[in-house]
Design a protein around this ligand. Structure first.
Ligand code: SF4
Length: 362
């Protein structure tokens, strides 16, 4: 069972195939990928599946409004895993979608016991990050809210609750606390907010596959309660494993990832310790070639730190041919990561006040 609150088992290729079939997710085929080439997450095959993306195309073609909605649980700084969604949102905004970005502070209370006041500082930090990634916060292009301060999303929770039974939530999420069930209904409100605030319009929610239960719940309740609304669509990206070779990035294992706030020294150490797809020794690597598909150095570059597709393709090819060695490639990767983070942290520092203003926090 997929668990959006983090206890899902690590997923391998077979699991992704099974989930796609079991839950009726559509695969991103080549035609679709070509149409969406300007979005690097499609181009690089990081997004592998979707629901109802056709409605977004249609809106783009007909010059009609559409939205991209996602959010963050303000329980700490962005790390390599959580930032994937934020970067996807920025890409969708560039394609013309209006951004709706929810700060899930009700969820961070229900899931992690973080009081709203404490969540505020994480929220400011998270919003400054997404601004530094390039989000345009102009009022006609983006709306950012906190669940605890947005009555419209809370109202959806109350309205749809009369259609929801414990059995239904149990079947989707397994047995959870009542608080998490409530948080999932508030999230239905988050996802429908673009259509509630504006007018019925296609909405895409970029998520990791572990968040699909929320999408299924929202689509089901939209069908039954908000009959004039578009069913919210979604895109699904592969989840990044821990960079140290552990099954997943997890806060309780600090070596599995790094945050965008971390010191450059600490990040350097972690990237140095990252799992590669290299062979036992230089001779074997030259003979057999490396395995970039299993390599966290390659994946870090692909998801976040290498802008140029040609450079990535060249590195992939040289790796599998045994022409690129891990030591050399790791050093290049460290240089790129540190350069990116240093510039990101500088940009972010200047955006803290803007983040406060957007969140309406004094
Ligand atoms: S050469 Fe680079 S991409 Fe290939 S396995 Fe080594 S670190 Fe990974």
């Amino acid at each position: 069972m997929l668990d959006p609150w983090g206890a899902s088992s690590p997923l391998d290729e077979d699991d992704y195939e099974r989930i796609i079939k079991e839950f009726g997710i559509e695969e991103v085929n080549e035609v679709l990928r070509q149409k969406l080439r300007e979005n690097r997450f499609f181009r690089r095959k990081i997004i592998f599946g979707h629901r109802d993306l056709g409605t977004i195309f249609k809106a783009i073609e007909e010059n009609k409004p559409w939205a991209v909605m996602s959010g963050i649980k303000p329980s700490g700084p962005y790390h390599l895993g959580t930032s994937t969604t934020a970067l996807e949102i920025v890409e969708f905004q560039k394609m013309g979608g209006t951004v709706y970005y929810g700060i899930a502070d009700i969820e961070s209370w229900e899931d992690n016991g973080i009081p709203y006041e404490k969540a505020e500082s994480h929220a400011i930090d998270n919003v400054a990050d997404i601004l530094a990634f390039g989000l345009d916060p102009s009022p006609d292009k983006a709306y950012i809210w906190r669940q605890s301060k947005e009555p419209l999303v809370q109202e959806v929770c109350f309205k749809v609750s009369r259609l929801v039974t414990q059995n239904m939530l149990n079947a989707i999420y397994g047995e959870k606390t009542f608080g998490l069930y409530i948080a999932s209904l508030i999230q239905v409100g988050d996802i429908l907010l673009p259509q509630i605030m504006e007018s019925p319009q296609p909405t895409v929610v970029p998520v990791g596959i572990d968040q699909d239960p929320h999408i299924r719940l929202t689509r089901d309740l939209t069908r039954r309660y908000y009959k004039t609304f578009f069913l919210p669509g979604a895109t699904y990206h592969y989840l990044l494993a821990g960079i140290d070779g552990s099954d997943k990035m997890a806060k309780r294992n600090p070596n599995s990832s790094f945050t965008f706030n971390e010191s450059l020294d600490s990040i350097e150490k972690k990237v140095k310790g990252a799992l590669t797809g290299g062979r036992k020794n230089k001779k074997e690597q030259q003979k057999l070639g490396g395995e970039p598909g299993k390599c966290m150095i390659y994946k870090m570059l692909m998801y976040h730190f290498e802008e140029d597709d040609d450079v990535l393709a060249d590195e992939f090819e040289r790796c599998v041919k045994g022409e690129l060695l891990c030591g050399e490639h790791k050093s290049q990767c460290i240089e790129k990561v540190l350069k990116f983070i240093e510039s990101h942290q500088k940009k972010k520092e200047k955006l803290i006040d803007k983040a406060r203003e957007l969140l309406k926090i004094e």
